[in-house]
Design a binder for this molecule. Structure first.
Ligand code: C2E
Ligand code: CA
Ligand code: CA
Ligand code: CA
Length: 279
């Protein structure tokens, strides 16, 4: 019993060992995935009140020959822990800017923006601002059509340098959205100080909007606050016409969700957007 106490039981727990092994396997495969070209972006349309597309959000997908499609919820946290998110985030930016250039070449999609999710580690790099500008220039993409989605948790740590980076990129026309709004360590003083263009109402507030009057109160308040601060407000995770209707009554004028479209592969996107834009 004494020996067992010295060597902690947990060390030998087969379940935890198996989990650690699975994790290191996933990490190894993730490292190879960039070289093997297994990542791709899907694009989900964002719409205005008239149902016309205003842009798309780029969402990362990993297609592994053995695992199939792996959800970003599964591999992004690991990519962040291991630093792999840096080359991966760079690839996402390059791919999204290439998509911007493609959309600009077609009159039906020329005015649309592409929103890109950026992780904390990526944003905190001192070279982040310069990197974004370099990728835009290389792709020949219009900075005014690029939107960067940040989360609240990412902004908390170093407010001053966050403001500096955002301000620098905004001076080149790049837009910024605050993602998952209301789920992090929101502080109204951040909203006051950060020069953001758009608030994204998190889908957790949209999900039960029909049944929970507290969600309705929160959404109404977020929309009013965003608009009062001169920001656009978009609701994500809109799945039903009823949710859309209620969001509109709250004053929300931009929408994204399965009701309108799932995230689409690049090949499907162009025809889908052309169909949406047609009268
Ligand atoms: P997010 O940025 O909040 O993206 C919204 C998620 O909701 C996406 O999940 C999207 O497919 C899903 N979604 C869209 N419409 C609906 C709907 O009507 N109902 C429901 N239930 N879900 C909807 P996805 O693609 O699995 O991405 C999950 C998260 O992974 C993203 O959440 C984002 O935080 C992260 N992520 C995705 N791509 C990237 C990326 O390129 N870089 C980084 N750093 N993170 C990314
Ligand atoms: Ca997002
Ligand atoms: Ca979100
Ligand atoms: Ca989210």
């Amino acid at each position: 019993a004494k020996a067992a106490g010295r060597n902690t039981l947990r060390f030998f727990d087969p379940k935890i060992q198996a989990a650690a092994l699975a994790r290191s396997r996933l990490e190894a495969e993730l490292r190879q995935a960039l070289q093997r070209d297994e990542f791709l972006l899907h694009y989900q349309p964002q719409l205005d009140s008239d149902g016309l597309p205003t842009g798309v959000e780029a969402l990362l997908r990993w297609r592994n020959p053995v695992r199939g499609m792996v959800s970003p919820a599964q591999f992004i946290p690991l990519a962040e822990d291991t630093g792999l998110i840096l080359p991966l985030g760079r690839w996402v930016l390059e791919e999204a800017c290439a998509q911007l250039a493609r959309m600009a070449a077609d009159s039906a999609t020329a005015g649309l923006s592409v929103a890109v999710n950026v992780s904390a580690l990526q944003f905190r790099q001192a070279t982040f601002g310069a990197d974004v500008l370099a990728v835009l220039a290389q792709a020949g993409a219009n900075p005014r059509r690029l939107k960067i989605e940040l989360t609240e948790t990412l902004l908390v740590e170093d407010m001053e340098s966050a403001i500096e980076k955002i301000t620098m990129l905004k001076s080149h026309g790049v837009c910024f959205a605050l993602d998952d709004f209301g789920t992090g360590y929101s502080s109204l003083s951040y909203l006051k100080r950060l020069p953001l263009d758009q608030l994204k109402i998190d889908q957790s507030f949209v999900r039960n909007l029909m049944n929970d009057p507290r969600d309705l109160a929160i959404v109404t308040t977020i929309v009013a606050l965003g608009h009062a601060l001169g920001m656009h407000v978009i609701a994500e995770g809109v799945e039903t016409a009823e949710q859309r209707e209620l969001l509109a009554r709250c004053g929300c004028r931009q929408f994204q969700g399965y009701l309108f479209s799932r995230p689409l592969a690049q090949e499907q996107l162009q025809t889908h957007l052309e169909r949406m834009a047609a009268p």
